[in-house]
Design a protein around this ligand. Structure first.
Ligand code: NI
Length: 167
């Protein structure tokens, strides 16, 4: 296992759209282990997407289970994920390992339904709400070359400089 290097804003590669995964092999599963280790090594590491480490495939991991008192699905491996239902909306604060110096207020759906594939290519479906739904929407944006910075209503009022990146 290895902690992989994270691309950071304004690296142009973060704007690249990622390709679907078509091969579910041992190499993919080894990469997922490295990606998980990289997520867990990061401050606040509740999610990561493959393009953040320079692999432009539609893969994201989310695990918000360490947050107290929230609903969650545990550790989610999301390969070729597709959100097919969005309900409600809410403004909330987000950070990103690729944008280490800032946080921002972003509007996201409060609950979503999605499908994906697991590490073996088997179909998965999830319902997510609240903080977990926000994390999934944030990570899936990376697969389309979007950062939370692209979703701020106003950089003047919704972008905040971090003093210390709290663990
Ligand atoms: Ni991010």
């Amino acid at each position: 296992m290895a902690v992989l290097e994270i691309l950071t804003y304004p690296d142009e590669r973060l704007k690249q759209e990622s390709e679907p995964v078509t091969v579910f092999d041992d190499e993919l599963r080894a990469f997922l282990k490295d990606l998980e280790e990289t997520m867990r090594a990061g401050p606040g590491g509740v999610g990561i997407a493959a393009p953040q480490v320079g692999r432009f495939q539609r893969i994201a991991l989310v695990d918000v289970s360490a947050k107290p008192k929230i609903e969650h699905n545990g550790f989610m491996v999301l390969i070729n994920p597709e959100i097919h239902q969005w309900d409600g909306y809410e403004l909330g604060r987000e950070g990103c390992m690729s944008v280490p110096d800032f946080t921002g207020n972003v509007i996201r759906a409060t609950s979503i339904a999605l499908t994906a594939q697991d590490a073996q290519g088997q179909p998965l479906s999830f319902q997510c709400s609240g903080y977990e739904a926000r994390a999934v929407q944030h990570e899936l944006d990376h697969l389309d070359g979007m950062l939370f910075l692209d979703r701020l209503v106003s950089r003047r009022t919704d972008l905040f400089k971090r003093k210390v990146y709290k663990k």
